[in-house]
Each structure stands twice: as C-alpha cells, then as structure tokens.
Design a protein around this ligand. Structure first.
Ligand code: ADP
Ligand code: GLC
Length: 484
C-alpha cells in the first residue's frame, strides 16, 4: 500500500500543535505496519536547516492559475521516513510559523501557499505525474490540504483514493472569491457542490465534499461535528457523509513521550518506579520560580491559549486555586488577553503561580512530568494529545467531557479506581464553579497517597501508542482500493 501523506506541519521540525505531532508519528507507525508512506510538506526554513542537501526529484510547472513553479526535493528523516519537500522559496522561505508572520498575523498569501501544497499533492497522485512512485491513497489533513481531493477529482485523471482527516473544524481555510483565479479554479467550480461555501471559497469544505473517505481524530468528535452545536456550519455536509466518516483516536509517539526515556527530565521514571516523579516536581518548581513545596499539589497547563481550550476558566479560577492551596504552572501562547490574564495571576501569587508565555518543547515535557494534575478544560477538543501525554506520565488529567477528552479520560470513582478504569477527573459544564469543584475534589484525592498512587497506576497502564490507530488507518486505506 503506497500512501502520500500531505501535511502543513511535521514534528519535530515544524509544529504549532497536535497536527505536527500526528504527522511526525503516524507515518512511522504506518511504515511499521507495512505501508510505503511518503510525507509531502513545504520546504520551510526549519526543514531546509535539517535537510540542506535534499535531492532534487522533479520540477513542477504549469500547475494552473498563478500557482508558481516549484521543485520537489527528497530527503530521509533520521529514522528512515521519506520526505518530499515542496521547494518554493517565494512562498515558504520565511520566518514565523507555517500560518503566521513574526507579528502573529496570518500571511496574506496563505491561499496561494496551501493551494500550491494541495495542487502538488493532487498532481503527484494522478496519472499525469512524472514520477514513478504514485500513491494508492492520498491522505490529506485539515484545510491546508483540503483542496487536494478536489483538484485530484477535477483536474487530474485516474487519481488515487483520497482520505481527509479533520483535526480541527474551527479552521476552514475560507477566502474571498478573488483568489479563485490564482488557484487555477474557474467560475464553473463556484457552486455548492464545488468550492463555494456561503459566498466564500472554503478549502476544507471542498475536501469534505470530495474526499473518498473522511476521518476525524476521535469517535466522540466524529459524532459531535454532525450537530449544530459543534459542526461549525458544516454539520449538514458531515451528516450527509456520515457513512464515510469515521473517528480514529490519535496515538502518541511513545519514543518521544515516555517518562522512562525522556532526556528533558530531571529524573526518569516508570510505572513501577514512580519515585523519580517527585524529583521532577521540585526541579520544575525551581526552574519556573515556584516555591519548592510538597504540601500541596501542582496543577499544570501546556496549551495554545485560545477560547477552544477553556483556559479563560482557569485564569478566573486561578485565585481560588492558589488559595486552596495549590500551585499552578502554565506554558502557552496565543490570545493576548489570556496571556495578560495569566501573567497578572503570576504577579498576584509569586511562588505559587508561574507563567511562561511562548512555545517551549522541553518545558512542555517537564510540566507533564513535574505537575501532579494536568488541566485541560476544553470547550471542544477533536482529540487532544496533552491529556494522553499526562496519562502516560502519571499526571492524572482534569478535563471537560468533550471530543477526544471524553474518549480517553475516565472520571475518578471508587469502583473505577479498583477495576483499573478511572484515570483522571472529568466535568461537564463549562463554568468556573464546576472546574473549581472538580479541582477541589482532585486535591482531596491527591491528599490520600494510596488512592492517588492507584490513580497514577491506572493512568500509566493505558496503551496510548499509534499501533492500533495505524492499523485502523491501514484498514481504511484497504477498503478504498478497487476489488482485485
Ligand atoms: P492542539 O493541536 O489543539 O493545540 P493537542 O493537545 O492535540 O492540541 O496538541 C498540542 C501539542 O502542542 C502538544 O504536543 C503540546 O505539548 C504542544 N504545545 C502546545 N502549546 C505549547 C507550548 N506553548 N509550548 C510547547 N508545546 C506546546
Ligand atoms: C487539532 C486539535 C487537537 C488534536 C490535534 C491532532 O489541533 O485541536 O484536539 O489532538 O489536532 O489531531
């Protein structure tokens, strides 16, 4: 089975969130399951730095509209994964992250940038490709490659089967009609079964309408997005395609996120030797400037700061949390109002609240290991990886019951503790009072070492690896192949 995996991010080189992690790990797991996978990704500066000697494999021109010429380069990751890099310096050789400039503003030419990525993915998956290697399946991710199934269906012949995975329906790649020409799309594409979406062009909608199969990253989110409450305007289309939509829970990269072999930690530990966790707590407290205390629990947050993540509740609950007493460590960036609210909280509670604004991979690992309880009160969460990292690190998560959080975290109960299922704390209502009530309850359990130790054991016993999810993707790919 040959699979082209088209993505706008790939860890460890280019990552703004979970999509980067998924693209860094799932292709490897698919390879281990016997699949021939190549990852198609723009040749951003970070990839240029990592693979300066990438080999030229094709020159891509005449892609339509004002899509610029590009070169396709090939490199192999240190663990053997083939990467196909779309080299177009005018579009991809810039500072900032894949979507935003250094000032935090979307690049104005994002439709052209990800239009090119989508168009190249389609070209390489159709009969017209000049390369010998052609995929059986083109696997796209989010709006950034959402146009690829459309281009493949209407602008190429004899295309591969297509799968589009929804990582987050909140981002839809919506642009004005005026970009149609640049993208090589014509007025005949402008209709409800084409690329038009309420008077705009939507990359994601075009993909959702035309990919052969749709997946999203948890079973609960797959159901939620078919409702008006969570469908972000696309619920009708998703409901219509319910037969082709499946929820496959993400895994985590257990080579990177494993407390037994994590080089970022002050001390490694595992399920049978949890002692090292205490050393991580005190090292973390020192690192971020918290008082080194063992008499109260430390809550941890690692997140994009956006309304999705419900962290405005934590910012408001912060005073009450600090007075419980409990400590709080936050790492995140995003919404400026939320950044300011957390920074003010840290000023009010020196020694008990520590806030780092920024993106810091190493500190993220140390918070997962050093905190006692991981906070993730998301309003919606397609899957969520951080709660799985914290489960694997023996840091029971406290989450809101939504999407992948509902599929991975089982609320504390006496029976659940005993039968091995309970692994964290779950609340339902998005209010400060419920969050605080649940936090108080978690603190009470934390004060009982026997019950807490059992909860940690349950959390760490789970299998969060990519093994099973990779098998499910492979089954899906197989189901899309014509019968022999
Ligand atoms: P999302 O993709 O919605 O942001 P996930 O939980 O799926 O949420 O994945 C987030 C990923 O990004 C995790 O690997 C998390 O550790 C990482 N991350 C988010 N914010 C930061 C940050 N400020 N510093 C370091 N890593 C971060
Ligand atoms: C998105 C979602 C997150 C998910 C990640 C990877 O960014 O917000 O819940 O875990 O994609 O699939």
């Amino acid at each position: 089975m040959k699979v082209l995996f088209a993505t706008s991010e790939i860890a460890p080189w280019v990552k703004t969130g979970g999509l980067g992690d998924v693209a860094g790990a799932l292709p490897q797991a698919l390879r281990q399951a016997g699949c021939d996978v190549r990852v198609l990704v723009p040749y951003y500066p970070a990839l240029h730095a990592a693979f300066p000697a990438a080999k030229h494999v094709a020159h891509l021109s005449n892609l339509g509209g004002q899509l610029p010429v590009a070169d396709l380069l090939e490199a192999t990751s240190p663990d053997g994964l083939p990467l196909w890099l779309v080299d177009c310096p005018a579009l991809f050789d810039r500072p900032g992250n894949p979507y935003l400039g250094p000032e935090g503003i979307d690049w104005l030419d994002n439709p052209l940038r990800f239009g090119l990525l989508s168009r190249v993915a389609a070209y390489l998956s159709g009969a017209g490709s000049s390369l010998d290697w052609r995929p059986d399946v083109l696997h796209c991710h989010d709006w950034q490659t959402g146009l690829a199934p459309y281009y493949l269906r209407f602008y190429e012949d004899d295309g591969a089967a297509t799968v589009l995975t929804i990582h987050n329906l909140a981002f839809q790649g919506v642009f004005p009609f005026t970009v149609m020409g640049e993208l090589g799309l014509s007025a005949t594409d402008w209709h409800i079964d084409g690329v038009e979406y309420y008077g705009y062009l939507s990359f994601l909608k075009a993909g959702l309408r035309h990919a052969d199969a749709l997946t999203t990253v948890s079973p609960t989110y797959a159901r939620e997005i078919q409702t008006a409450a969570e469908g972000m305007g696309l619920q009708g289309l998703l409901k219509n395609r319910a037969g082709e939509l499946t929820g496959i829970l993400n895994g985590i990269d257990t080579a990177i996120w494993n407390p037994a072999h994590d080089s970022h930690l002050a001390a490694t530990y595992d399920r049978t030797h949890l002692k090292g966790k205490a050393a991580n707590k005190s090292a973390l407290q020192r690192e971020v400037g918290l008082a080194v205390r063992t008499d109260c629990p430390l809550f941890g947050v690692v997140s994009r700061l956006t309304s999705q993540k419900g962290l405005d509740l934590v910012a408001v609950a912060g005073d009450m949390l600090a007075e419980l007493p409990a400590q709080l460590v936050v790492l995140g960036n995003g919404d400026k109002t939320l950044e300011a609210a957390f920074l003010e909280l840290a000023v009010r509670y020196p020694g008990n609240v520590a806030v780092t604004i920024g993106f810091n991979e190493a500190l993220a690992h140390r918070i997962e290991a050093g905190a006692d309880i991981f906070l993730m009160p998301s309003r919606f969460e397609p899957c969520g990886l951080n709660q799985m990292y914290s489960l694997a690190y023996g840091t029971p998560p406290l989450v809101r019951a939504t999407g992948g959080l509902a599929d991975t975290v089982v609320n504390y109960s006496v029976a659940g503790l005993a039968n091995g299922t309970a692994n964290g704390f779950v609340f339902t209502e998005t209010t400060v009072e419920t969050l605080l009530g649940t936090a108080r309850w978690a603190v009470e359990i934390w004060r009982d070492p026997a019950r807490w130790g059992r909860l940690q054991q349950n959390a760490m016993a789970g299998d969060y690896s990519w093994k099973n999810p990779a098998r499910r993707y492979l089954d899906l790919y197989r189901s899309l192949q014509p019968a022999a």
